[in-house]
Design a protein. Structure first.
Length: 165
């Protein structure tokens, strides 16, 4: 991510595959991120989250015992969550449209299909940093605004425009 000083950025990587965790950590270190914590599962990640307060979470989808989707829901909705607003980048080998929608509806900020490249990883991280979307909290959804663009033809009420969630 050219132009950014990433040396103070704190990132948590959650993946049950140790090689994938090491790969992501290495890619992050190449661009200057030195504060990386890694977890092999969501239970371990939850404990780290309590004390580390990351600026971003990069998590895999398919992990035992609790998958990445349930982990993101816990981050977003659990009353004991240390930071329900932390940006989340979801990694997965499953790229069907319905899975992307499941991740989006869980509160994921960005989605990246495996196998990943350094360029793709940093593009998604850049998108999270540069294109910060308003955070929405309702009874049925907690996470970044799911709308990627504004519809100029929309004529209804602007319910979210003045609400700070």
């Amino acid at each position: 991510m050219p132009g950014y000083n990433l040396s103070q950025l704190k990132i948590m990587v959650v993946d049950d595959n140790p090689q994938m965790r090491d790969l992501i950590k290495s890619l992050l270190e190449v661009v200057g991120v030195s504060k990386v914590r890694m977890a092999a599962n969501s239970d371990m990640a939850w404990e780290i989250l309590k004390n580390f307060n990351p600026d971003m979470v990069i998590t895999d989808w398919a992990m035992p015992p609790t998958d990445g989707i349930e982990f993101v829901k816990r981050i977003r909705r659990d009353g004991q969550s240390p930071n329900p607003y932390v940006p989340v980048l979801m990694l997965t080998g499953f790229t069907e449209r319905y899975r992307v929608e499941i991740a989006r509806d869980a509160g994921v900020n960005e989605f990246l299909a495996k196998p990943i490249t350094a360029k793709q990883l940093f593009e998604r991280m850049h998108a999270i940093v540069e294109d910060q979307r308003m955070f929405v909290m309702t009874q049925s959804y907690v996470g970044p605004d799911r709308r990627r663009k504004q519809d100029e033809n929309y004529k209804g009420p602007e319910r979210r425009k003045n609400r700070q969630s």
